[in-house]
Design a protein around this ligand. Structure first.
Ligand code: GRF
Length: 200
């Protein structure tokens, strides 16, 4: 990573984009010493794209259906990230598992946010899984992305109490609030050099 410039962050998002907005806001306020320089979505209807445009951040759609194979789709994603000159790739509700080739090209440069205290409840519907297991505390995790699904080494976590009358919606809302706190913090830990990608 070039230490002479602000950390350049590319965000990959498939949907609502609230974590994207939290990252943009924290960079703008100076809380995070980084800049969101590109937003990529695989979903043309993603609100994340609208947010990027509203914030004058270049946004691009790369749809899986536009490519013959997963490999070609991942190559297109990787080419776009590389062209942007990003130092860090933040997955923020990106609903596709990146290929090994993508991970190789950006080794030690990809992080993700997940709505549970990993390693509990990886994968989809983490908040529902937490409620079904009857855990009394759950939370959110920012982690490095490796070949597994939500298995990479953990950068930051925060916990959220499960209330007796919680539904998936109410619990998800409270976890999301914490996500918006820890994702920028994790990016700042990387921007400041306090946290480095695990060597493999
Ligand atoms: C968040 O709950 C995040 O933890 C998960 O996907 C959701 C994305 O939400 N990976 P948003 O698009 O950032 O609002």
């Amino acid at each position: 990573m070039n230490q002479n410039h602000k950390l350049r962050v590319a965000v990959l998002a498939s949907g609502r984009g609230s974590n994207l907005q939290a990252l943009i806001d924290s960079c703008r306020s100076g809380e995070v010493d980084a800049r969101v320089i590109l937003v990529i979505s695989d979903n043309p209807a993603a609100r994340a794209l609208e947010l990027a445009r509203k914030n004058s951040i270049p946004a691009t759609v790369i749809e899986a259906k536009g490519y013959h194979s997963r490999h070609e789709f991942n190559t297109a994603l990787a080419d776009a990230v590389e062209r942007s000159g990003a130092d860090l790739v933040c997955l923020a509700g990106f609903m596709r598992v990146l290929s090994e080739a993508f991970l190789e090209r950006f080794n030690g440069m990809i992080i993700n946010i997940h709505p549970s205290l990993l390693p509990s409840f990886p994968g989809l519907n983490a908040q529902k899984q937490a409620l079904e297991h009857g855990v009394k505390v759950t939370g959110c995790t920012v982690h490095w992305v490796d070949r597994g699904v939500d298995t990479g080494s953990i950068i930051l976590q925060d916990c959220v109490k499960v209330e007796p009358d919680d539904t998936v919606e109410t619990l998800s809302q409270r976890i999301l609030k914490q996500e918006h706190v820890i994702y920028p913090k994790a990016v700042q830990l990387i921007a400041s050099g306090a946290v480095k990608a695990p060597v493999r």
